[in-house]
Design a protein around this ligand. Structure first.
Ligand SMILES: Cc1cc2nc3c(=O)[nH]c(=O)nc-3n(C[C@H](O)[C@H](O)[C@H](O)COP(=O)(O)O)c2cc1C
Length: 202
């Protein structure tokens, strides 16, 4: 039987995109080899960006190598996110430089670019058999203070990375259930228009 998280697509797509999903169940006893982690950031590195500004930054926090810093990010997460992310051996804080480095003027594409870099990273992670889930649910001021993030950067998402674990170990019942629920999406006709705004494609 096909895994419920494999996207049920209307058109065939690359299998990495089809198979990527965001688990909450991580195997706390299985660390991610450093070389595997570095490959993720290499993938992010090659994302396109407006003016090639590359406004993304990633703060890597490995539980086993730097438990205090890892814990500082964990503790900035919402209680709900902490309940599952505590099993992830790697936490990453992404941040965005919202002004251009050369002129200091606003870079209105910065968030867009950073999102693309994270998308590249997540697809790369999928190709390496890693589990990965992004989180907007964290206290940005707390994370900024904990890691002395400069004012020109905005914390974007926290990212949990590791290998898949046992969903039964999740403490929240709704999180357990979500691990096997099929992934839902709007149909393509809801967000692709053809010829005129609001008109679904033929
Ligand atoms: C920017 C962003 C923020 C997210 N924040 C959270 C979060 O705080 N907690 C959480 O459990 N999941 C979070 N998610 C995961 C989404 O809920 C998940 O990607 C979405 O439900 C689609 O599921 P899929 O990634 O398995 O396809 C976030 C995802 C993104 C892209």
């Amino acid at each position: 039987m096909t895994h419920p998280k494999v996207a049920a697509t209307d058109h065939s797509i690359h299998e990495l995109i089809q198979h990527r999903w965001s688990p909450r169940a991580f195997d706390a006893s299985r660390p991610v080899p450093r070389a595997e982690l570095l490959r993720l950031f290499e993938a992010a590195r090659w994302a396109p960006s407006s003016r090639n500004e590359q406004p993304w930054r990633f703060l890597l926090l490995e539980r086993d190598a730097m438990p205090e810093a890892w814990r500082a990010l964990l503790e900035s997460l919402t209680t709900s996110n902490q309940s599952w992310a505590a099993a992830a051996p790697v936490l990453v804080l992404s941040a965005v430089r919202t002004s251009f480095e050369d002129t200091g003027t606003a870079n209105h594409m910065a968030w867009y670019d950073a999102g693309q870099a994270v998308a590249f990273l997540t697809i790369q992670a999928t190709s390496q058999g890693l589990a990965i889930r992004q989180m907007e649910g964290f206290d940005r001021a707390r994370a900024r203070a904990a890691f002395s993030i400069p004012a020109e950067f905005e914390p974007a998402v926290a990212i949990a990375i590791g290998y898949a674990g046992d969903p039964e170990a999740l403490s929240h019942e709704k999180h357990k259930t979500a691990e096997t629920q099929p992934r839902k999406r709007r149909p393509v006709g809801d967000f692709v228009y053809e010829g005129a705004w609001g008109r679904s494609p033929r």
